[in-house]
Design a protein. Structure first.
Length: 114
């Protein structure tokens, strides 16, 4: 059977990580429930492909829809406007401690503007 993922891409996909992301508070407002927003990472994306799960951050549904309305090319501006200057750093920390909800919440607290 042919796989649609390159081996390195497949290793960065995790349904369990997305479940954990959805259980953490929004990196913008601190509210629940959350969606898993996949950051725009051009090095990992192809045509009509989203970034791998290692680049997911938690946003409420309304925040997620607002970001998509704002435009993916202006994603970093949107996060900065909402008090998160390094969403990629946050995503890296969330991936590193995936499954440890307490550690994930602490990471969000460090990156979220209070």
């Amino acid at each position: 059977m042919t796989t649609f993922f390159k081996p390195d891409r497949k290793a960065s996909m995790s349904a369990a990580h997305l479940v954990a992301i959805r259980k953490t508070p929004s990196c913008i407002s601190g509210r629940l429930p959350c969606d898993a927003h996949h950051l725009r990472v051009s090095a990992e994306r192809g045509v009509a492909m989203k970034a791998t799960d290692r680049w997911a951050v938690p946003l409420t549904h309304d925040e997620h829809m607002n970001l998509h309305t704002y435009g993916s090319r202006l994603e970093l501006d949107w996060f900065a406007k909402h008090g998160v200057n390094d969403p990629y750093g946050l995503a890296k920390e969330l991936w590193a401690c995936s499954g440890d909800l307490l550690a994930m919440r602490r990471a969000i607290g460090r990156f979220r503007a209070l």
